[in-house]
Ligand binder design. Structure first.
Ligand code: ADP
Ligand code: MG
Length: 217
């Protein structure tokens, strides 16, 4: 298969970029795909997460946060060895990295929670993605609702304006679940945890990965 580069990107921090990136990595690894996780964020969440793992992470995690505007070249060096390269982007669209990764990516996955601030910061990101699409015709983009709470109206109210921004919203939503935080702290993913909440989370993550894989076909 051709290597798919997935950019997990959003202008804001705390929306779940790193959480989504590591879990998409785990879901594709479970499907026996060769996965590389790229930490492109100077906060190095994924590098820290992987160094916390007692028995290591199941797939490699590399730090390219210092590569700046050259990051697409660095990523392309790995292309022959992996099926999926998942890039955890920095929370800024003014940093060169965010735009440059989009030039190499097959799909941008944009996590968003149900807060208005997340919506507003998506508007700027949408512009950056549209700009990248003029040069990278193959680039797709999807929103992924994270930290949702079904009881809250806002989650439902956000759907329509999001769709107006022009990119589809994945059907699968990721609810707020404590197990995602535990996974981060333990150097694991929810796919390796067996309590009830982690099982539900695992099903959601697999569904997300399947939706993304279907778009890439
Ligand atoms: N669905 C979720 N449920 C519960 N906690 C979550 C969820 N998604 C992310 N988090 C937590 O929210 C915080 C920010 O997530 P993170 O992935 O680091 O965001 P970002 O990379 O966008 O800054 C972390 O503590 C993470 O564990
Ligand atoms: Mg992060």
């Amino acid at each position: 298969m051709e290597t798919e580069i997935i950019a997990v990107t959003q202008q804001k921090g705390g929306v779940g970029k790193s959480t989504i990136a590591m879990h998409l990595g785990a879901a594709f690894h479970e499907k026996e795909k060769k996965v590389l996780l790229v930490d492109a964020d100077g906060q190095n969440t994924l590098i820290r997460w992987s160094s916390t793992a007692k028995s290591g992470i199941l797939f490699p995690v590399v730090n390219l946060a210092e590569a700046g505007a050259q990051i697409h070249r660095e990523i392309k060096k790995f292309i022959n060895d992996y099926d999926f390269i998942i890039v955890d982007c920095p929370p800024s669209i003014t940093e060169k990295i965010s735009g440059v990764v989009l030039l190499a990516a097959s799909i941008a996955v944009v996590p968003i929670s149900s807060s208005p601030a997340d919506y507003w910061s998506s508007v700027g990101l949408v512009k950056l993605i549209l700009q990248a699409q003029t040069m990278n015709k193959a680039l797709q983009a999807v929103f992924l609702l994270n930290k949702t709470d079904k009881r809250r109206m806002l989650t439902r109210e956000l759907k329509r304006p999001l769709e107006k921004l022009g990119f589809p919203l994945l059907k699968t939503q990721i609810p707020t679940r404590e197990c995602y935080k535990q996974a981060m702290a333990l150097g694991k993913t929810v796919l390796q945890m067996s309590d009830r909440s982690a099982q539900l989370a695992g099903a959601e993550i697999r569904a997300c990965a399947n939706e993304i894989a279907a778009l890439l076909k």
